[in-house]
Design a binder for this molecule. Structure first.
Ligand SMILES: NC(=O)c1ccc[n+]([C@@H]2O[C@H](COP(=O)([O-])OP(=O)(O)OC[C@H]3O[C@@H](n4cnc5c(N)ncnc54)[C@H](OP(=O)(O)O)[C@@H]3O)[C@@H](O)[C@H]2O)c1
Length: 258
């Protein structure tokens, strides 16, 4: 029988606690999305909110740039990392650096972000990234999992990055320069699900968990999945309310299922 230790590094009390806290805190926001309480960015933000607001571009850079910088800094902070740890740090840095480049050169935003939502998400990304890289450093030298998932993990990560980027490009092509309205997205997997970019993000993070093989990376991916389930559910509901001709067979996140 396959035991968790066959594919996970052994977990200390610290790692187990951080994993539980990480999972519960991220998935909590997914449950809130389903209940109609949204983090205030993109189409689900409330433009009339009296809280402090920033432009989407500034807000999104606040979300992703600190985690990206920590990713780059980690190569200097942990110079003696082994191959797996270098892969984990590289995957996270590539993920956040790609997001920064997309914010600057791909996305066409129409609205803004409420600053407190931005600070909360930014803290969550930065702390999760730092914790994942630190825990990978901690487990170096302990017993290696007997099943090595590094290489399937790299493949999944690359599929996730590519699919996510491709659907971001399709979204960006829905608007001409300075256009602000929303249209029903087409192309790629948009005829099956309204958030294919979220689906590929999850695939990418499953890849990171496979590369990492720590309990923390798996629980972070699980928490992110719960959050994106909630956000995609709310997004589909938003499309149904805004577009009379929105095709009901288009699911939220998983083709034919959800
Ligand atoms: N790891 C995590 O916890 C997490 C959480 C959230 C998001 N993400 C990732 O971050 C990426 C972006 O997420 P997001 O929630 O910001 O995506 P999003 O709401 O779909 O927006 C992405 C871009 O597409 C535009 N857009 C969306 N729908 C459109 C439509 N119908 N017509 C025209 N333009 C449209 C948006 O403009 P507007 O800004 O004007 O709406 C924005 O510029 C995704 O890949 C997602 O996986 C990760």
């Amino acid at each position: 029988m396959v035991q968790p230790l066959d594919f996970l590094y052994p977990s200390s009390f610290f790692i187990t606690t951080m994993s539980l806290v990480g999972f519960l805190s991220i998935s909590f926001f997914g449950v809130l999305e389903i209940l109609g309480i949204h983090l205030q960015y993109s189409k689900l933000w409330n433009a009339n909110s009296r809280r402090i607001k920033v432009s989407s571009t500034a807000g999104m850079l606040l979300l992703y740039a600190p985690a990206c910088l920590f990713g780059f800094a980690s190569f200097w902070i942990f110079p003696e990392n082994n191959f797996r740890s270098l892969l984990v740090a590289s995957a996270l840095t590539i993920h956040f650096f790609k997001r920064v480049l997309e914010i600057l050169f791909v996305h066409k935003y129409s609205g803004g972000m409420v600053l407190d939502s931005g600070i909360l998400i930014s803290l969550s990304y930065t702390l999760s990234t730092a914790t994942m890289i630190y825990i990978q450093h901690l487990v170096q030298g302990s017993m290696e999992p007997s099943i090595d998932l590094k290489y399937p993990g790299i493949l999944l990560f690359l599929v996730g990055i590519y699919g996510n980027f491709y659907h971001h490009l399709l979204l960006s092509r829905l608007r001409r320069k300075d256009e602000k309205g929303y249209k029903i997205p087409r192309g790629g997997l948009f005829h099956l699900v309204i958030c294919p970019h979220y689906l590929f993000e999850i695939i990418g993070f499953i890849g990171v968990s496979f590369i990492s093989q720590t309990l923390y990376a798996s629980s972070f991916t699980l928490g992110t999945t719960v959050y994106l389930i909630g956000r995609s559910y709310a997004t589909r509901k938003w499309y149904l309310s805004k577009f009379e001709n929105f095709p009901r067979e288009v699911k939220a996140l998983v083709p034919y299922i959800f």
